[in-house]
Design a protein around this ligand. Structure first.
Ligand SMILES: CC(C)(COP(=O)(O)OP(=O)(O)OC[C@H]1O[C@@H](n2cnc3c(N)ncnc32)[C@H](O)[C@@H]1OP(=O)(O)O)[C@@H](O)C(=O)NCCC(=O)NCCS
Length: 187
């Protein structure tokens, strides 16, 4: 069971695998960028310690079988483009939440579509999930588009769910079930 939470998932252009301390510099570069963190509920990272803490907490949550936090690496160059995760794992309900974050140099290239579909299939097939959900800022248009492309359905709006530094924001909730068939579209 333990190794289920430390997978290496390969796609045509990407490899998803657990982050290592030596990734801390590249990870800091991505998550210290205010453009990447614009819709996040935490401030941009500022020191290498932020990245090291994230990596060690991620590993602890995977050891504890609570989450999957994987770096997204380009097969062509080995560079770290960002991370993707399944978290808030509820084993009995067979549900988890999905999240993504890529550095802005890597946006708009279909990487989240490719990484996301592989992670979703891993969640359904290997972790036995029945439902994967995503919570985003309704203003995060890129994320909404990426989720729709991944076959998620907008299920509702949770009003005034967050208050960060005095700024109140809503959450849009998306879901995809193992029984949904995003490959089949009408029209
Ligand atoms: C949101 C994010 C994850 C999207 O990843 P991405 O790799 O750029 O998305 P993809 O290239 O796979 O695109 C998937 C679909 O969304 C669309 N899309 C992505 N970004 C878009 C944008 N800024 N405007 C319009 N459409 C966009 C793409 O066009 C594509 O649809 P299409 O194939 O029909 O054209 C990425 O921009 C990101 O990491 N942003 C910063 C962090 C963040 O906000 N994460 C989400 C919070 S949970």
């Amino acid at each position: 069971m333990q190794e289920l939470f430390f997978p290496v998932i390969e796609t045509e252009r990407l490899t998803l695998k657990p982050l290592m301390p030596e990734d801390s510099g590249s990870l800091l570069e991505v998550f210290s960028d205010p453009a990447v963190m614009r819709y996040w509920n935490t401030a941009p990272w500022s020191t290498i310690q932020d990245a090291l803490t994230f990596i060690s907490e991620s590993n602890a949550s995977m050891q504890g079988q609570e989450a999957l936090v994987l770096g997204v690496y380009l097969n062509a160059t080995g560079e770290l483009a960002g991370k993707c995760m399944l978290f808030s794992y509820e084993q009995e309900s067979r549900r988890a939440e999905i999240g993504f974050g890529l550095g802005c140099d890597y946006w708009g290239k279909g990487y989240v579509n490719e990484a996301g579909e592989a992670l979703i299939q891993y969640g359904f097939d290997s972790l036995g999930l029945r439902r994967i959900e995503a919570e985003i800022d309704p203003d995060n248009y890129a994320s909404a588009k990426a989720l729709e492309k991944l076959g998620f359905t907008l299920e509702g709006l949770l009003r005034q769910r967050w208050e960060v530094n005095g700024v109140i924001s809503d959450s849009a909730m998306y879901g995809r079930l193992v029984t949904d068939n995003p490959g089949i579209k009408c029209g």
